[in-house]
Design a binder for this molecule. Structure first.
Ligand SMILES: Cc1cc2nc3c(=O)[nH]c(=O)nc-3n(C[C@H](O)[C@H](O)[C@H](O)COP(=O)(O)OP(=O)(O)OC[C@H]3O[C@@H](n4cnc5c(N)ncnc54)[C@H](O)[C@@H]3O)c2cc1C
Length: 452
């Protein structure tokens, strides 16, 4: 019964769309696991090639780690992905084109604070120099063959360096600058950060945002894809004629399957394969653990923050905790504070309102204690506790960047892998998810044989 209901809904969506062939039981070309950017990109590509597809999604919405809260704060709050960086080459720009969304160049002016006080002007130049020197040190260390164990270089096919071994802060300004490399950019401490994984992606400029929120654009872009929501996949069995996809809502059969779930989900399960994944694939999953980066949104009743709209603020609190923030986003009386790495994990562990208290204190140190009484709404993301993400994005452990290529390999010929973690250049970002979805769709098409 369950199975028939599941397949019937897929059939109806596909027919309503006028795409692909009507799907009969056990007659889907491709089942895609996960309706994030990777799954949606794969589905759109296969639908364009007239294949019958169904995306199975555990959540009650599409978009995965890209989601916009458009109602709570009076401005679109992207809880996950927000910017498209390196817009000249980023594959994710195609999503904006396909969704008819106008990219808005987004270059924030950054102000720096230590213990609630803005840095004097001459310190800005020193900060800039520290940041530039840090990038140079990382690039130079990667070029140095052969790897030097004393520098934190770990063996692997390509030489790699642990960033923390290169950047040892000597004063608060260096601590802030280096926190903006590991925790507040990559979501891991510098002591866990692979220089090769960190430098894989092109520079960030130009960076784009969209007025309605990136999550909202992605939801609109993926709206016509047939998706079975609130249905968790627990097992993929490719030992029979068709690949069986076992879900919490029945079973599906397909000629090929594309798996796009985050590495955190693959590692933690419940998610199994028959035949089991090869050891190399299991190792690759373990070598691409989830980093953590969270956002805390605060809105205020009245003008609590005296700053120009959309200003970037980075700093160290009086307790020496690093944070990044955007104040007065969309010219609203609000702030979005970003935390990453160990600090983000600690706040998640403390639970309750710890993250909101942290963000409020960081803002109060700069803008005054009165804003504490003016909070209208607040929300802190907890991506590490999200059972369908288990973190924010994958970061390779030092020396193991090739794991991304291993993860991207098909399993047992008919099970393909996509998702940000599998992209060799744009991993961690929407661009990687998008490119990987197209790549996996191409692999599935090669198996199924062109248009039909
Ligand atoms: C706080 C934060 C900020 C970010 N900022 C940016 C940014 O500014 N720019 C940028 O480019 N990137 C950013 N990212 C990263 C970006 O969001 C991701 O790289 C991208 O969205 C990943 O897409 P995906 O399709 O690979 O995975 P996901 O979006 O995670 O999609 C996988 C889907 O699989 C589903 N799923 C999981 N388990 C199961 C199961 N068992 N059965 C069925 N379905 C399942 C999930 O619910 C999810 O919908 C950010 C991420 C976070 C968390």
């Amino acid at each position: 019964m369950k199975r028939r209901r599941l397949l019937r809904s897929a059939t109806l969506s596909a027919l309503a769309l006028g795409v692909g062939r009507p799907a009969r039981a056990a007659d889907l070309d491709v089942v895609i696991v996960g309706a994030g950017v990777a799954g949606l990109a794969a589905a759109r590509s296969l639908m364009a090639a007239h294949k019958s597809v169904l995306v199975v999604e555990a959540r009650e919405r599409i978009g995965g780690r890209a989601v916009t809260d458009s109602t709570t704060f009076g401005f679109p709050f992207d809880q996950g992905a927000q910017w498209i960086e390196a817009g000249k080459t980023n594959p994710a720009m195609a999503i904006l084109r396909e969704a008819n969304a106008r990219p808005i160049p987004d270059r924030q002016e950054q102000t720096l604070y230590i213990s609630g006080k803005e840095l004097p002007q001459n310190e800005y130049a020193r900060f800039e120099k520290i940041a530039v020197d840090a990038s140079r040190k990382i690039a130079a260390a990667l070029k140095k063959p052969p790897p030097l164990a004393g520098l934190g270089v770990t063996p692997g096919k390509e030489p790699d360096v642990i960033v923390g071994r290169l950047l040892a802060p000597q004063d608060p300004l260096e601590r802030l600058a280096y926190a903006l490399v590991g925790p507040l950019e990559a979501g891991v401490e510098n002591s866990e950060l692979s220089a090769r994984d960190f430098t894989r992606q092109p520079d960030t400029e130009p960076q784009y945002a969209v007025a309605e929120g990136l999550g909202a654009v992605i939801a609109r872009w993926g709206a016509k894809v047939p998706v079975k929501l609130a249905t968790r996949v627990v097992r993929i069995d490719s030992t029979g004629t068709l690949v069986q996809v076992v879900t919490t809502n029945g079973e599906l059969g397909a000629r090929a399957v594309i798996v796009t779930v985050p590495t955190g989900v693959l590692a933690a399960g419940p998610f199994s394969f028959a035949p089991p994944l090869k050891a190399a694939k299991r190792e690759a999953i373990a070598q691409l653990p989830m980093a953590l980066y969270n956002k805390i949104a605060l809105s205020f009743a009245g003008k609590a923050i005296d700053a120009p709209g959309g200003r970037g603020v980075s700093g160290l609190t009086r307790k020496g905790q690093a944070f990044d923030a955007i104040v007065r986003p969309h010219n609203r009386d609000a702030a979005v504070v970003f935390v990453g790495g160990a600090q983000a994990r600690e706040l998640e562990e403390q639970g309750g309102s710890a993250a909101v208290s942290f963000a409020l204190s960081a803002m109060a140190e700069i803008y005054g204690d009165e804003l504490r009484g003016a909070v209208a709404h607040s929300f802190a993301t907890r991506w590490g506790r999200d059972p369908f993400a288990r973190g924010s994005w994958s970061m390779a452990i030092p020396g193991r960047v090739e794991a991304r290529l291993v993860l991207a390999q098909p399993h047992h010929d008919r099970v393909f892998f996509a998702g940000e973690a599998t992209d060799p250049v744009w991993a961690t970002r929407v661009g990687g998810a998008y490119a990987s979805g197209l790549r996996a769709a191409g692999e599935a098409l090669a198996l199924l044989g062109g248009k039909r």
